[in-house]
Unconditional design. Structure first.
Lengths: 380, 380
C-alpha cells in the first residue's frame, strides 16, 4: 500500500498504541476519583498535559483535551461567539475553511450572528488587507485555517495575529489541524487565543485532540457537567487517548526537524512532474505547506481516478474526507476561484514524514499511464 | 486492589483492548475516504453499528457514536431543546440527575428555556404522578436518569415512557449510563426517544459512548461539520473506540444474565451488614439496582474514609466522580431529602460483575474496624 491520504488520517505509530494500552491497563482510574487509582490517573494526565504544553511552548493550563479537530473548532468558535455575544455579534472567517469551521459559522449565522466571509484567491489564502478592512467595533472573533486542508496553501496567520494584538477584545482562533509540525507556528505571544489540533492527523489515535486556549480566555462549553478541563469541557477525561496523542505529537515534531525539508523536495518534484503531464493542472500554489499537493484532471470524475489508484494500492483523496461524500465540486476550490471543471476534478495527495521518494515515483509512473488512458475513455 | 468504584469507571477488559489495537492498526483509514483503506474502515464501523443495534434490539440507524456519557446527555438534551424550541420551551427533568444532565438543564434555563425540576424523595426516585402533573402544552422534552449514579435507585422510566406515548410531540430521554445491563431496559416501542450510554462504565475504553436516537427523531448537533453519524455528530469517526465499546457491551450483557442475581445477593448482604454497624446509615433504598450501595457515617468527612480505605487497597468513592472535587454535601442526596449531615458524608460502593463476595467480605471487615475508630477520633 502506498498511502498518500495523510491529511484525511494517518496510521498510528506502534509506540503510540503501546502508550494507549499501557495507560488504559495500568492507569484506568477516573482522574476525578479521590482514591489512589484515581490519583494515579490524575497525575498521569497532569504529566501528559505538561508534556503537551512543553512541546507547544505554552502553559499546561492552556491545554484543553478534546475528542478531535471538529470538536476543537466548534468549541473555540461557538464557545467564543456564545460567551461574548453581549460584546458584539460580528464574526470573521474565510470562504475556504474546513467543514468543521465552515458549518459552525453557518450555524452561528442561523443563531443571529453576522459573519464576514473573507474571500480566498487562487493561492488559497486571504489577503491581510481584507481582514483589516473587515474589522468592526462589534467584531468578537476572527477564525482562520492555517494550512488549507485541500490545497496546502498557508494563510498569513502570524501577520493576522500580530495585527490583532491591537484589538485585545477580539478573539483569534487558528485551525492548525493540517499545519501542526508541517508549518511551525509559534503560539506564545503571537496574538493567537485559540488553536485547534487533532491527534489522528499526526499518527495519534482517533477521538483525540487538543485546543490551546490562551490564559485568561473563557469559552461557553459545548458539554455542560463536571468541572473537567478547566470547566470548559465536561466529561470523564481520556488519559489513554491524551497520552497517545501527546506521544504522537512528540514523535511528529521530532521528525519535522529534518522531515519538512525532505517532504518539500519530494512534493516540489511531484508538482514539477505533474505539470508536465498533459491534461493535469496543479492547483496547489507556489507558497505552500510541504505535504499537500492538489491537482485536477478537467473532464475526469475524481472518484474514477481515486478508484483507479486504489486498485493499484495507491490511496489518494478527492477533497476533505469530511466532505468526500458530497457529489458537488469542491466548495474550497470553488471559493478560491477555480473554474467549475477544475473544482469538480480535484485530487489531493497528502504525505506524512514516512512517505518516500519511491512512493511518489510509483505514484507518478502510474499517473502518467492512467490519466491519458482515462481521459481517452472519457472523451469517447 | 479491591476496586469498588465501578460507577466512576471500570477497568477495560483485555479483549476490549485487543479489539481497540487491532482496529487502530489494521483499519486505520478514515471511514469517509473513498479508497480501499477508507472503505474497509467504513465497513467495520457499519458492522460495529449493526452489532450495537442487535445488542440493544434497535436499528443500526438509531445508533449514534459519541465520545461518552456527558456528550450523549448534552446532545440529547440541548439537541432536542434547541431543535424544537419553536414548538415550546418547557423542559422536565429531576432534581437528582448526574451533573452532565443537571448542568445542561441549568445552561438551557440561561438560554431562556423553562425547566420543571421534579422532586425525588428518599428512595431517590420521582413519582410518576408528579411527572404527569408537570406536562404542559409547551413541553418538548422529558429527561430522566434511569439508575441514580449515587444511590442506585431506579426511576420509573418504563412507566414514564408508556405514559408519554400519548404525547408524540414530547421527546423522552433516558440517562442509562448506570443502568445498562444492570437494570435491563427495553428500547423498542418503549416510548423512549433518546438513551445515553457510556463505554467506560462497562469495561470499554474512555472517550467512547453511544446515543440511541429513535428513528424519525432529529437533533440540533453540538458539533457542526461533516455529515458523519446521520448528520447529528460531525467529526472523523473513531472505529477503534466504537469497536472496543461494542465488544465490551457484548461481554457485559452476557455477564449480566447470571451476574445481576449474583450482584444482588452480594450487595443485599452488604446492606444488611452495614445496617448492623453502629454509626452507619444506609441511603440506598430497598428497590434498587444490583450494583450500587450508598451509606453515610454522619459526623465523618467522607474523604477521610475514602483515604483510609485507599490505604488498605480498597477503592470506593464519595459522590459521582464528576462532582467529587466539590466540597459541598452531595447535591443528589440533598435533593432526595437526606439531612445535611447524611448528604455530607455519603460513601458509594459500586460493583462490577467481576467483584466477588470475598471483596465485600474484606471491605466489611475493614469497615467494622475503621469506622468506629475514625468516629472516635472525630468525636475528640
Amino acid at each position: 500500500m502506498i498511502y498518500l491520504d495523510n491529511s484525511a488520517t494517518t496510521k498510528p505509530y506502534s509506540d503510540v498504541l503501546d502508550a494507549y494500552i499501557k495507560v488504559s491497563r495500568d492507569f484506568f482510574g477516573n482522574p476525578s476519583s479521590l482514591h489512589p487509582a484515581g490519583k494515579q490517573a490524575e497525575r498521569l494526565l497532569k504529566q501528559t498535559r505538561e508534556m503537551a504544553a512543553r512541546l507547544l511552548n505554552v502553559k499546561p493550563a492552556e491545554i484543553l483535551f478534546t475528542s478531535g479537530g471538529t470538536e476543537g473548532n466548534n468549541l473555540a468558535i461557538k464557545g467564543t461567539a456564545r460567551r461574548h455575544k453581549n460584546r458584539g455579534k460580528h464574526l470573521i472567517t474565510t470562504e475556504a475553511e474546513h467543514p468543521s469551521s465552515f458549518e459552525t459559522f453557518q450555524e452561528l449565522e442561523r443563531e443571529g450572528f453576522e459573519v464576514t466571509w473573507l474571500p480566498a484567491d487562487e493561492t488559497g489564502t486571504i489577503k491581510i488587507e481584507d481582514l483589516k478592512a473587515a474589522l468592526r467595533d462589534d467584531t468578537i472573533l476572527v477564525s482562520l485555517i492555517h494550512v488549507n486542508n485541500e490545497l496546502g496553501s498557508v494563510n498569513p496567520v502570524v501577520e493576522a495575529g500580530e495585527y490583532l494584538k491591537k484589538y485585545p477584545k477580539i478573539r483569534f482562533h487558528v485551525d492548525h489541524v493540517q499545519g501542526i509540525g508541517k508549518v511551525p507556528l509559534r503560539l506564545t505571544d503571537a496574538g493567537i487565543d485559540f488553536c485547534t489540533i487533532s491527534g489522528h492527523k499526526f499518527h495519534g489515535v482517533k477521538g483525540t485532540g487538543l485546543l490551546f486556549a490562551r490564559e485568561g480566555t473563557v469559552l461557553s462549553p459545548l458539554f455542560s457537567g463536571g468541572s473537567q478541563e478547566w470547566q470548559m469541557r465536561a466529561g470523564t477525561e481520556n488519559p489513554a487517548g491524551a497520552a497517545a496523542m501527546v506521544k504522537a505529537l512528540r514523535i511528529h515534531l521530532e521528525k519535522s526537524v529534518s522531515g519538512n525539508e525532505k517532504l518539500n523536495l519530494i512534493t516540489g518534484g511531484l508538482i514539477a512532474s505533474l505539470n508536465d503531464i498533459r491534461g493535469i493542472v496543479v492547483n496547489t500554489p507556489e507558497a505552500r505547506a510541504p505535504h499537500i499537493v492538489n491537482f485536477s484532471v478537467p473532464g475526469l470524475k475524481p472518484e474514477v481516478l481515486v478508484q483507479a489508484y486504489g486498485e493499484k494500492g495507491i490511496y489518494v483523496s478527492t477533497k476533505s474526507a469530511c466532505s468526500s461524500r458530497e457529489p458537488e465540486p469542491s466548495r474550497v476550490l470553488s471559493a478560491c476561484g477555480f473554474s467549475r471543471e477544475v473544482a469538480a476534478s480535484g485530487i489531493r495527495v497528502s504525505l506524512s514524514y514516512d512517505n518516500t521518494e519511491e512512493d511518489i515515483h510509483t505514484f507518478l509512473n502510474y499517473t502518467k499511464e492512467i490519466v491519458p488512458s482515462l481521459l481517452e475513455v472519457a472523451a469517447k
